[in-house]
Write a protein that binds this ligand. Structure first.
Ligand SMILES: Cc1cc2nc3c(=O)[nH]c(=O)nc-3n(C[C@H](O)[C@H](O)[C@H](O)COP(=O)(O)O)c2cc1C
Length: 366
């Protein structure tokens, strides 16, 4: 039987050779928002994995939108040139579809890199003023973000548009907008972080206003043949917060604006979140969103086994699976999944003699 995980999937003009997506993962290895040799090595290694698409880490549309001082940005010519150098190397040896995740960290910006603690940076350590829908810190005792006014909202929309133009010039095949994990656009969606009483806060329609405005503005300048997806947190895991019902309404609105996929993650808005994690714990969100809206969905979170990934696709729960940590642990996970599921996969000519004895030939002869 042919593997469903290894069936190609088309998003506008882009064809993913299989349904395995490399989930965006911050590397905290940029300098002033500029990609470095770390990114060439890291993304280059993942670009040999044979996955269907690689999504580059959360990238701030302005410097102040970076989660940490080590995060990528795409708000200046210098940021663009640094990423161009990385992509030129990766592209020379891999034809894998490449996407970039664009976002703004809002009140969760200006944080230490995780291995230094991940706590908010104080000004004397290089911290900067954060912004948010409302002047409420993520956690008690954290610095208070500045509430965005209309001019601030317009500036950030313009920054998303500018970063999108840069991504187009860089030749990215797709963009994923980061509206999850408690960052700025999720902060607008969730009643936990959004206490505004203007057109951007209050009832659901108002809380969706800014994220939808950003989506429409990005879609308008992103080439029509290129796909644009969105990652959301399908639930805050906090009673009275954002939940799957609101996510369905939001995904329907995104679909009408031309969204190409919905990537269903969860959490990140509040330290009060209560959840039990286990294998594929977020898959039901991808399934519900796909079923209720007809949008292609991407499932993510503790998808670690080839048979598990195969079942998610074959059962119709999702159209794509995104893997994060499993691919850092084992960048050749897709090769081994192909061997297990009896599928073909692309690999560089230089590595094709690696197939161990007893494992069937998996590498496509191109
Ligand atoms: C090192 C690391 C960095 C991450 N950075 C991002 C990011 O930039 N954007 C994002 O949406 N999620 C980020 N995540 C979350 C992953 O994309 C993924 O959703 C999560 O790890 C669950 O999938 P997994 O169980 O396959 O790792 C990160 C996770 C890790 C481990």
């Amino acid at each position: 039987m042919t593997s469903q995980l290894f069936r190609p999937f088309s998003l506008r003009s882009v064809t993913l050779p299989n349904r395995i997506v490399i989930s965006p993962m911050c590397q905290y290895s940029a300098v002033d928002g500029n990609a470095t040799d770390w990114h060439t090595i890291h993304l280059g290694q993942l670009a040999f994995s044979g996955a269907g698409m690689l999504i580059v880490e959360a990238t701030g549309v302005e410097l102040a939108g970076r989660i940490s001082p080590g995060c990528l940005a795409l708000g200046s010519d210098e940021n663009e040139a640094a990423l161009a150098r990385v992509l030129a190397s990766v592209r020379r040896y891999s034809s894998m579809p490449l996407a970039i995740q664009l976002g703004h960290a809002g009140r969760k910006a200006s944080s230490q890199v995780p291995w230094e603690g991940g706590r908010p940076l104080r000004p004397e350590s290089g911290g900067w003023q954060t912004v948010a829908p409302s002047p409420i810190p993520h956690q008690e005792g954290d610095p208070v973000p500045r509430m965005l006014d209309t001019a601030g909202i317009a500036r950030i929309t313009a920054a998303f548009v500018d970063a999108t133009r840069r991504a187009a010039r860089l030749g990215f095949d797709a963009i994923e907008l980061h509206m999850a994990h408690g960052y700025l656009l999720h902060q607008f969606l969730s009643p936990i972080a959004n206490r505004r009483d203007d057109a951007y806060g209050g009832m659901l329609e108002n809380r969706m206003h800014f994220p939808l405005e950003i989506f429409a503005a990005v879609r308008a300048v992103w080439p029509a043949e290129k796909p644009l997806g969105v990652r959301i947190s399908a639930t805050d895991w906090v009673p009275g917060g954002w939940d799957i019902e609101q996510s369905v309404v939001f995904a329907q609105a995104l679909k009408q604006l031309g969204c190409d996929w919905i990537d269903a993650s969860s959490g990140g808005i509040s330290p009060q979140q209560q959840l039990t994690i286990g294998p594929g714990y977020q898959v039901p969100f991808a399934e519900r969103l796909r079923h209720d809206t007809g949008l292609p969905s991407m499932a993510v979170g503790l998808i670690t086994e080839p048979e598990q990934a195969e079942n998610i696709i074959a059962s119709g729960a999702a159209d794509m699976v995104a893997l994060g940590r499993s691919l850092l642990w084992n960048p050749h996970w897709p090769w081994q999944a192909a061997a297990k599921l009896g599928a073909w996969i692309a690999a560089p000519q230089q590595y094709r003699r690696s197939v161990p004895q007893g494992v069937s030939q998996v590498f496509e002869q191109r």
